[in-house]
Design a protein around this ligand. Structure first.
Ligand SMILES: [Zn+2]
Length: 450
């Protein structure tokens, strides 16, 4: 089938194109960009719209899988929210977490399709919890390490893009564990992604731990959601440190979501010491249960932490200027950190990309093509996806049509899954996936194996 998207302002940061052009798509690939209007079976008119590559989310979480069934509620699923905001590919399995074996998740997507294309990280904590009795405050034994590493090696072999760590969530995780898992990536040409061991004052030191590791093993490292790690007054020092490793040859990239609130479960280890994460009870909002939408008091916090450690919370504590500083840095991509519990949680899952473009890019001195670079070409390069994140002939026809005058996130802390305004249409492999904020085909996404 020949599909022509005509009359739009085509912006392809990877190839430096920004002009009114028509795009012909054949067999799911970009066939040509031209001023002519070749014959087509399907014509989409993009007059007044920007036509750009589909967005790539470097920091996603897959949806839960129970008994082999993937949570895929079109209104509430993480990956559905991503699709509605223009994401066509994502890297899931971040922060050490998976809901099922990551290679099985890739197989599931092969069989069923998905809202977006999905690459996976093997979550270290997932395998650690499955294969050791250590718990999060103690290191695992030598023999447990061997079985964890064997499973991770299998996941990498099956096409996972690398290994993710959630060090802050697992304070007992030893340097040996970290080093051995990272070494598996070195021998297979993969990357590590790290939610580092500590935030705020300790963030630079915690980043140095994984940067040293990446240097020693000569592997790429992705530092996760740096706004929530260093957005309390440490961002400048943090970015200087990243730059110093980068100039010494370490392949490091960071991601960040455009909000001044983090999100995690109330029972998680970062809440062990509120002072350390610059948090008071009143900064913490509950996203689930009978106190949903309310800020904590000491009593509510302790009670819910004990009775419902799995409840999601939001912590309104980071500094706006620090988050902006992160996005001004050329090697910071947008990562949504989408993590909803049946539609409850942080609005970043449904708002990050439009919010970055409409609210942060201009304030950070980025033109529209520069901002689009951060969410298309930069993450594609990071993942080594030469056929994505660009509209070059031959590339996969994953395309977003957006109205720059209407573009705005609508998801809020009260209604975290509201789709944005201004994402007019999304195509995956040339086929319509989203129209006017609604999913019209949720099965076009494929597994991305590395
Ligand atoms: Zn994380």
């Amino acid at each position: 089938m020949r599909h022509l998207i005509q009359n739009g302002r085509v912006i392809d940061p990877a190839s430096g194109i920004d002009e009114k052009l028509n795009i012909l798509i054949e067999d799911g690939k970009i066939s040509c960009l031209s001023r002519e209007k070749p014959d087509a079976d399907l014509i989409t008119d993009a007059t007044g719209l920007v036509v750009c590559p589909g967005f790539i989310d470097l920091h996603a979480h897959e949806d839960p899988v129970k008994n082999g069934i993937r949570y895929a509620d079109e209104q509430k699923a993480n990956l559905a929210c991503l699709a509605r905001m223009g994401v066509t590919s994502c890297l899931a399995g971040n922060c050490g977490d998976n809901f099922c074996d990551p290679s099985e998740f890739l197989d599931l997507i092969d069989r069923e399709g998905c809202f977006v294309n999905v690459a996976m990280l093997a979550g270290y904590t997932f395998f650690r919890e499955k294969l050791s009795a250590a718990g999060r405050y103690k290191p695992v034994s030598f023999s447990e390490r061997r079985s964890i590493n064997a499973e991770i090696a299998k996941a990498l072999e099956a096409g996972c893009a690398g290994v993710s760590f959630g060090l802050e969530y697992v304070p007992g995780m030893s340097r040996e564990e970290l080093r051995e898992a990272a070494h598996l990536c070195a021998s297979s040409g993969k990357m590590i992604a790290a939610h580092i061991r500590a935030c705020a004052e300790k963030a630079p030191e915690a980043a140095a731990e994984v940067l040293e590791l990446a240097k020693a093993e000569s592997i790429p490292v992705q530092i996760s959601h740096i706004g929530s790690m260093a957005g309390y007054g440490q961002m400048s020092e943090f970015l200087d440190l990243v730059d110093s490793y980068r100039s010494s040859g370490v392949d490091v990239c960071c991601d960040c979501y455009p909000y001044t609130a983090f999100s995690t479960t109330i029972g998680s280890a970062p809440y062990d010491n509120l002072e350390e994460i610059h948090c008071s009870y009143g900064d913490i909002e509950l996203c689930e249960g009978k106190y949903k939408g309310l800020r904590c008091t000491g009593q509510i916090f302790e009670q819910e932490r004990k009775e419902h450690p799995e409840y999601l919370t939001v912590g309104h504590v980071m500094k706006e200027e620090e988050v902006r500083m992160a996005f001004r840095h050329p090697n910071v991509a947008v990562g949504s950190d989408c993590f909803l519990s049946e539609g409850n949680g942080h609005p970043r899952a449904a708002g990050s990309f439009p919010r970055f473009l409409s609210m942060y890019a201009g304030n950070c001195g980025l033109s529209l093509p520069e901002a689009l670079f951060r969410i298309t070409a930069l993450p594609a390069r990071r993942l080594g996806l030469s056929n994505k994140g660009t509209l070059r002939p031959g590339a996969d026809a994953d395309i977003v049509l957006l109205d720059p005058n209407r573009l705005k996130d609508r998801a809020t802390f009260q209604e975290p899954t509201l789709p944005p305004d201004g994402i007019q249409a999304v195509f995956i492999a040339g086929r319509p996936a989203i129209k006017d904020g609604k999913i019209i085909n949720g099965t076009l996404g494929k597994a991305i194996r590395k």
